[in-house]
Design a protein around this ligand. Sequence first.
Ligand SMILES: Nc1ncnc2c1ncn2[C@@H]1O[C@H](COP(=O)(O)OP(=O)(O)OP(=O)(O)O)[C@@H](O)[C@H]1O
Ligand SMILES: O=C(O)c1ccc[n+]([C@@H]2O[C@H](COP(=O)([O-])O)[C@@H](O)[C@H]2O)c1
Length: 200
Amino acid sequence: MKIGIMGGTFDPIHIGHLVAAETAREALGLDEVWFMPSHIPPHKAEAGFSGEERLHMVELAIGTQPAFRTLDIELRRGGVSYSADTMGELVAKYPHASFHFIVGTDMVNYLPKWERIEKLALLTRFAAVGRAGYKLDTSGLDALVAERIDHVDMPQLEISSTEIRDRLKKGVSARYLVPDNVYDYLRRSDAHAVHAPGTD
Ligand SMILES: Nc1ncnc2c1ncn2[C@@H]1O[C@H](COP(=O)(O)OP(=O)(O)OP(=O)(O)O)[C@@H](O)[C@H]1O
Ligand SMILES: O=C(O)c1ccc[n+]([C@@H]2O[C@H](COP(=O)([O-])O)[C@@H](O)[C@H]2O)c1
């Protein structure tokens, strides 16, 4: 089995994440892609939406693609979600699977700063999907890590969760930037009352 791991904060999930996962799935012939919300992201501020809310929105978003699954391993483990810990657990649990960690090119440039990156690169390959504004740059990476990266071209979608959160706060529509059912959830949920006052 070839498994794509789509790790992220998903605060909230948007169509950039879905297109990245689908493009990597097709380009690399992945059998499944597992969407894995982090508990506490290692390199940025804690998420605004709770883990439960983020996981629920991911479930809503992937609903119609049979090759997509959710994985709550990091939410259940708690603490800071270091990928080396997670992939160590997954490789031990699924010794016959080959893993492909899907990351935007913005994250590839940060790979040297990831916790135990050399160990992580032995546990998984990386699928680097092109993210608007970030050219793939592997010059700062050890050869061992660089050769574990597969570049995947994807349609450039200049969308981020930060932008969605800003829109919610300002009461500006995020329709079509997130799947319809996530959009409905954001409008209706309690989370929405906290994060986007006055947009109903
Ligand atoms: N529009 C996009 N195109 C390609 N890759 C993306 C896009 N948005 C996010 N990604 C990738 O998806 C993964 C998870 O991203 P994350 O959940 O942090 O979303 P984000 O939009 O970058 O969030 P934020 O704006 O809060 O930092 C990362 O590897 C990131 O590079
Ligand atoms: O393990 C690390 O040091 C590490 C550093 C930065 C990011 N990651 C993982 O990369 C994925 C995308 O990160 P983010 O911050 O864009 O949500 C997510 O699964 C993070 O846990 C992992």
